[in-house]
Write a protein that binds this ligand. Structure first.
Ligand code: 13P
Length: 253
């Protein structure tokens, strides 16, 4: 269905100095030399992007940034634009990660502006959505996702979705060791695909990759990847060690 190429992405968050990042990237490049059936993406911190890009550039490993600002340039001290990260070698950018929503005031409106900024800069947005624990307990998971998808994707056209990836990251599963059960994850991914079909069309729904994120490890990846609507993973903690990340990349379903 949709011929979706699986994607395993590593979000390094605020970890690794430049030398540490370069060493991790070098090890990952040599470990993954024979991998061809999965798209690999890593999102190091901004400071390491350009250095890592020199290592990953000649390989199939894609580079992503963890955030961008929605303006093209200007007096926005501390911010980084789409063109800047593109010029550092990125082709992907994470948008609306729950840690950005939780700690840095990102909203569905800023997510929306950032999606357009990414598309303008030639970057593929990895749009993160997900409910927190209290929302799941209150059985609001689907309504939270409805709102995040509706407001986040406002004004986005079907062909612009061609480059976008959705990442479902239940906040209660991030860094907690609690993974959504395969049933919980599949249920939500199927729901997100229905939202894509209703909001865009069946073609977009069939083609858009939906990644799962939240305590993905070598020992749970196979079960997750066996599910029909899970097209890959956005991995945090377990992507920091290249050997562990490689085990996730080379899982067998
Ligand atoms: P963990 O894999 O550490 O739970 O983090 C998931 C995540 O937030 C990836 O973006």
């Amino acid at each position: 269905m949709g011929n979706r190429v699986p994607m395993i992405a590593g979000n390094w968050k605020m970890f690794k100095t430049c030398p540490e990042a370069l060493e991790t990237a070098r090890t990952l490049v040599s470990l993954t030399a024979g991998v061809s059936d999965v798209e690999i993406m890593i999102a190091p911190p901004f400071t390491a992007l350009s250095g890592v890009s020199e290592i990953t550039g000649p390989t199939g490993i894609q580079l992503g940034a963890q955030n961008l600002h929605w303006e093209k340039e200007g007096a926005y001290t501390g911010e980084v634009s789409g063109a800047m990260i593109y010029s550092a070698g990125c082709r992907y950018v994470l948008i609306g990660h729950s840690e950005r929503r939780q700690f840095f005031g990102e909203t569905d409106e800023t997510v929306n502006r950032k999606i357009f900024a990414a598309l303008d800069a030639g970057l593929k947005p990895v749009i993160c959505v997900g409910e927190d624990e209290s929302e799941r307990d209150a059985e609001k998971t689907f309504s939270v996702l409805d709102k995040q998808m509706e407001k986040g994707l406002k004004g986005v056209l079907p062909d612009q979705m061609g480059s976008a990836v959705i990442a479902y990251e239940p906040v209660w599963a991030i860094g907690t060791g609690k993974t959504a059960t395969p049933e919980q994850a599949q249920e939500v991914h199927e729901y997100l695909r229905k939202i894509l079909a209703a909001r865009f069309d069946d073609n977009v729904a069939a083609k858009t990759r939906i990644l799962y994120g939240g305590s993905v490890k070598p020992d749970n990846i196979s079960l997750l990847m066996a599910l029909p609507d899970i097209d890959g993973a956005l991995v945090g903690g377990a992507s920091l060690d290249p050997e562990t990340f490689f085990k996730i990349i080379s899982h067998k379903t």
